[in-house]
Design a protein around this ligand. Structure first.
Ligand code: NAD
Length: 487
């Protein structure tokens, strides 16, 4: 008998607390950032970026074509030799300057990220931006210590890097890509995702503000076609891609035999494993953070909850109670827990998979929750009674949807957790340290969190097994892909 009261409405209502939007100036149109300047696209086409919470068009953005990508790669090539010839200490000065400027302008960047992406301001302000600055600080620290980083006595940069990133953490993914590349003496051509180009373009302004030598960072906006031009360009020596497994496989096939270095950070379907001896209230917070943080648009989201059968009913009752207190709405309101889905296409994908979950016989539950009438929204959702073969247990939903499965023994938990084509992350909730280590040794995941979830730190390597990709970002390991002869 589970005695958790069924709380469907919050104990009290908060007054709206909107963050001021006027700190950000969004221009009506943006060119490409090539060779230290904003330039009009030579190939001339543009696309619109919208605010997913309101469907308001924010700006017209250039779509780079073949000539634009040629120009960006040529600028990066011209800049690379002198950038690599600078001492590590000199490169570090630029990276520190970027990090400090990001801190100084963090409110502006956080507001812009929330407007363009739909994620709540409390996350952009308290998670994304501090991590972005920390990443630049961290790799600035490595720039003059490369000789002692374990990559041989005089490690050399790879050259020009083509980097393509997704929309779920636009500025953070940019930082993960650009900071280690520059520290190691490379130059970059980076393509942000088509639905979230604006903070990368503001970052380009920061490159100008800190007098970064022209051509060291080039930013070309556009959709998948532009991404393909970047990764397949013969002048690019190394490709770093973060995005879907589908596109990652395509890129790997295209680059086979070219001799280009490649790292892939792809999708995930992480298991969050909860044992009966876990501190349940703390675990419920971890489950919520694991799947509802950033609307579940997280590659390492704890999207499969594996809960020990003996505590299943208690955990689900407490989880439902907690979900009843989450606030969904205006991403710029400081009280908001769940913001907008990033695009209508992503909303359609989530809706399709949730329908499939119902059709396959799982039980769907959502808290009482008013969805705004404009914009793209999806209520936090739990599925119980999910079978291992169900699509919602196997496919990455990339939305605020949790699939709950059960287990009886630790062996069964491991078998079910590893029963996925992915291997990016996992979580273990138990009070026994020995069980944490036993599980961590057996889980095929690049990151295993113990009694926490979705913790990031620039000093810690991050990356996947199997269809979650290869290569590591973060930490000393994150330098390897940007140095010749290392991984
Ligand atoms: P996506 O693969 O559709 O797009 C990612 C980027 O690739 C975008 O910039 C897109 O324009 C570009 N692109 C599309 N087609 C391309 C092509 N043929 N060649 C080159 N570039 C191309 O993915 P998405 O929907 O933007 O992002 C969500 C995915 O990213 C999820 O699967 C998520 O798990 C993954 N992701 C992984 C990590 C990680 O570190 N492992 C981090 C964040 C997101």
């Amino acid at each position: 008998m589970v005695t958790v009261p069924d709380l469907v409405t919050p104990t009290w209502e908060y007054a709206p607390a909107p963050e001021a939007r006027d700190i950000v100036t969004i221009r009506p149109s943006y060119g490409l950032f090539i060779d230290g300047q904003f330039v009009d696209p030579r190939d001339g086409s543009t696309f619109k970026t919208v605010n997913p919470a309101t469907e308001e068009v924010l700006a017209e953005v250039a779509a780079a074509g073949p000539n634009d990508v040629d120009a960006a790669v040529a600028a990066a090539r011209r800049a690379q030799r002198s950038w690599a010839r600078l001492s590590g200490g000199e490169r570090a000065k630029y990276l520190y300057r970027i990090a400090r400027t990001i801190q100084e302008r963090s409110r502006e960047l956080a507001v812009l990220e929330s407007i363009d992406n739909g994620k709540p301001i409390k996350e952009t302000r308290d998670v994304d931006l501090p991590l972005v600055a920390a990443h630049f600080f961290y790799y600035a620290g490595w720039a003059d210590k490369l000789d002692y980083a374990g990559f041989g006595p005089d490690p050399k940069p790879v050259g020009v890097c083509g980097q393509v990133i997704p929309w779920n953490f636009p500025l953070l993914m940019l930082a993960w890509k650009i900071a280690p590349a520059l520290a190691a003496g490379n130059t970059v051509v980076l393509k942000p995702a088509e639905t979230t180009p604006l903070t990368a373009l503001l970052f380009a302004e920061i490159c100008q503000q800190v007098d970064l030598p022209p051509g060291v960072v080039n930013i070309v906006t556009g959709a998948g076609e532009t991404g393909a031009l970047v990764v397949e360009h013969p002048g690019v020596d190394k490709v770093a891609f973060t995005g879907s497994t589908e596109v990652g496989k395509l890129i790997q096939r295209r680059l086979a035999g070219t001799g280009k270095k490649l790292s892939l950070e792809l999708g995930g379907k992480a298991a969050n494993v909860l044992f009966e001896d876990a501190p349940v209230d703390q675990a419920v917070e971890g489950i919520v953070n694991g799947i509802f943080f950033n609307q579940g648009h997280v590659c390492c989201a704890g999207s499969r909850l594996l809960v020990q059968e003996s505590v299943h009913d208690t955990v689900i009752a407490k989880l439902k109670r907690r979900l009843g207190t989450l606030r969904l709405g205006d991403p710029l309101d400081k009280n908001t827990d769940i913001g907008a889905i990033n695009s209508s296409a992503q909303l359609a994908r989530i809706t399709e998979l949730v329908t499939a979950g119902e059709e396959e016989g799982a039980t769907k539950w959502q808290p009482a929750c008013d969805l705004p009438s404009t914009g793209y929204w999806f209520a936090p959702t739990i599925f119980t009674g999910v079978g291992q073969s169900s699509r919602i247990a196997r496919e990455e939903i990339f939305g605020p949807v949790l699939s709950v499965l059960t287990f009886r023994t630790p062996e069964e938990a491991v078998a079910k957790a590893n029963n996925t084509p992915y291997g990016l992350s996992a979580g273990v909730w138990t009070e026994k340290g020995s069980r944490i280590l036993w599980m961590a040794n057996r889980l095929r995941a690049g990151v295993v969190w113990a009694n926490t979830f979705n913790r990031f730190d620039p000093t810690s390597p991050f990356g996947g097994y199997k269809e979650s990709g290869f290569g590591r970002e973060g930490g000393r390991h994150g330098l390897g892909p940007y140095l010749q002869g290392s991984h």
